[in-house]
Design a protein around this ligand. Structure first.
Ligand SMILES: *Cc1c(COP(=O)(O)O)cnc(C)c1O
Length: 377
């Protein structure tokens, strides 16, 4: 019998009580019943995003909110800086191009974080309307110093947009305090619900830019969405079941408390990193590792694709491989959402079994022991 454990950086496991809440018969959305749910969701989203501004909700994958950020903030011909140090940073550039926005891309080596000074320098060339960044670059496991970048962008006319799709509900994201103008996120990572919802928190500075916008848009029109949410309503039929699930998930997060949530992810990620070291494996990003997902280099002579496939298909432990140039060269273990120390121990234990079968030489149990030491601290 195979029992499945999902340790991928999205989708992530969904708590049973969240699943059950979504299994209830559907209700109509223009009712006081649904309005009450939406009101609670909105309040708890503000808590999670650490913002006083409204959080817009869309029925789409996270990329929908990314596209919305681009087409609401930028008009054709505008200039924007994109930071690309991985697959998701590159997505910002691609979306900008699709809307006729001139993307000035800052290329960052995969596994490294952008230096805020490089952004500062590019900003000084002037006429930059927005800076697009990624808090946790899921393809490389790199965490970006958004706080430092915000300090730089704040001093200019440009707005700072942060992709926190894999970061929210896992790592610190102080939207208002740091001065981020738009934070976008999705449902299937740290938020512990299935894929299908996207979010955007928008600052007053960003709303001023949105007022001037000339790009074509309809479903992802932020102004339309804002007008509705101010009346605790939605412009179109919302993904009712997912929002009901979100309500249950946010209550769990709120009960644990953001500080504890962040501390739990820190500890899980540290345990994964220590396990990798104990097994003689190298981290892709030893200097800027995020606490939401850890990218580990595949050892010499080991088939990275086969490693991931064997763990998943023969043992039921789902982790992720590398993307693009890093296909077969790294594997990624998530510490994201509805996961705790025992999920980590299972993943590392399975990794050891499969590595051992593949002929990799190490002391069996060394990785698991390293995780246990972290969890005992
Ligand atoms: C998953 C992810 C996305 C894409 O989200 P979709 O829901 O697949 O559209 C974008 N950015 C980051 C950082 C992600 O982790």
């Amino acid at each position: 019998m195979i029992k499945n454990y999902l340790m991928t950086p999205g989708p992530t496991p969904v708590p049973p009580e969240v699943l059950l809440s979504m299994a209830k018969p559907i209700i109509h959305h223009r009712t006081p019943q649904f309005q009450k749910i939406l009101q609670e969701v909105e309040e708890n989203l503000k808590y999670l995003f650490q913002t006083a501004n409204n959080v817009l909700i869309f029925a789409s994958s996270g990329t929908g909110a990314m596209e919305g950020a681009v087409c609401n903030l930028l008009s054709p011909g505008d200039k924007a800086i994109t930071v690309q140090g991985g697959k998701f940073g590159e997505r910002w550039t691609e979306i900008c191009k699709a809307y006729g926005v001139e993307a000035i891309a800052i290329d960052v080596e995969w596994g490294k974080a952008v230096d805020p000074k490089v952004i500062e320098k590019k900003l000084s060339t002037g006429a930059i309307k927005a800076v697009f960044t990624t808090l946790c670059e899921t393809s490389t496991g790199v965490a970006t110093d958004i706080k430092a970048i915000a300090e730089v962008v704040k001093k200019t006319e440009a707005v700072l947009v942060v992709d926190a799709i894999s970061a929210l509900g896992a790592v610190e994201c102080k939207t208002d305090e740091w001065g981020i103008d738009v934070v976008v996120s999705g449902s299937q990572k740290g938020l512990m619900i299935p894929p299908g919802l996207a979010f955007a928190a928008v600052s007053p500075k960003a709303w001023k830019v949105i007022e001037q916008n000339k790009s074509p848009k309809y479903y992802f029109d932020f102004k339309k969405s804002k007008k509705s949410i101010e009346k605790t309503d939605t412009p179109f039929t919302p993904a009712i079941s997912l929002i009901i699930g979100l309500n249950a998930a946010l209550k769990i997060l709120r009960q644990e408390g953001l500080d504890s949530v962040v501390a739990r992810h820190k500890q899980m990620a540290k345990a994964i990193r220590e396990a990798a070291k104990a097994l003689g494996l190298e981290l892709l990003s030893p200097t800027a590792a995020s606490d939401a997902v850890t990218a580990i280099k595949v050892a010499q002579g080991i088939d990275g694709g086969k490693l991931v496939k064997t763990m998943r298909d023969e043992y039921g432990v789902g982790i992720a491989g590398g993307q693009a140039d890093f296909k077969g060269k790294i594997f990624r273990i998530a510490s994201m959402g509805y996961m705790n120390q025992f999920d980590v121990i299972i993943a590392i234990s399975c990794l050891e079994i499969v590595l051992s079968r593949m002929g990799y030489k190490f002391e069996l149990g060394a990785g698991v022991k390293a995780t246990q030491k972290v969890f005992l601290d």
